[in-house]
Design a binder for this molecule. Structure first.
Ligand code: HEC
Length: 200
């Protein structure tokens, strides 16, 4: 019996130490971090777009955490400065991601502000990047007669030649696609942040 008690209490201590080091201490470190002055909270449309981002698993291929120069060439890749905890105060849950099958997206709104490009790229990535392995998201769009789209006041996609539907038909974005693009355009943490204080 004595051994079982030792085993159980040893396990509890190990669990307690791990929880303190990996959950409690990081929480205390970042819970009071203020929002950087130039970071805007998400609008309702951007928050809906964020849900579309989550629902479609974009996070499985895209990180949102450019690293410091000492850890990798993210700055040279044009992904922006290393992120700081304050960059994420409005992100619940955060979408840091751990896979980088595609580029980091924390600053995609600054790098690629064009709505037309984003919509077309979501409809067919290979229309813009020939060898892209990103999946297309045709279900975020509908294909209809040009006249019908015009009647309903919808703006058809401007796709590169050869990637559009048959003559007389057009591709129009669903509200989900439009919200998703608003979210992507809002991803911009290019404002300056103070460097971390030097270690004594
Ligand atoms: C299977 C992995 C994969 C998934 C899932 C994926 N992507 Fe991508 N994405 C890529 C790759 C690879 C690229 C680079 C080639 C390209 O631009 O198409 C890319 C590029 C991009 C770019 C352009 C980045 C730049 O710096 O030019 C954006 C924006 C983007 N993806 C958004 C999304 C969104 C939004 C979703 C979810 C709806 C998504 N991706 C899902 C792999 C993926």
């Amino acid at each position: 019996m004595e051994n079982e008690i030792k085993l159980a209490s040893g396990a509890m201590v190990a669990l307690g130490v791990a929880t303190a080091a990996l959950v409690v201490m990081p929480y205390l470190q970042v819970r009071d971090v203020p929002a950087p002055a130039r970071l805007q909270p998400y609008t309702d449309a951007q928050l809906r777009g964020r849900q579309v981002y989550i629902a479609n698993g974009c996070v499985y291929c895209h990180s949102q955490q450019p690293r410091d120069r000492s850890l990798g060439p993210d700055l040279e890749r044009g992904w922006g400065r290393a992120s700081v905890p304050g960059d994420y105060v409005h992100d619940k849950p955060h979408l840091l991601g751990s896979m980088r099958t595609g580029p980091d997206l924390l600053n995609i709104g600054a790098r690629q502000p064009s709505k037309d490009w984003h919509l077309g790229h979501l409809y067919q990535p290979r229309a813009y990047v020939k060898e892209s392995i990103m999946p297309s998201y045709p279900f975020l769009f509908s294909v209809k007669d040009e006249a019908e789209a015009q009647r309903e006041g919808e703006q058809p996609l401007k796709l590169p030649p050869g990637y559009g539907p048959a003559v007389g038909r057009v591709v129009v974005p669903t509200p989900e696609a439009l919200d998703l693009v608003k979210y992507l355009q809002a991803l911009d943490r290019t404002y300056p942040v103070l460097p971390a204080p030097a270690k004594p």
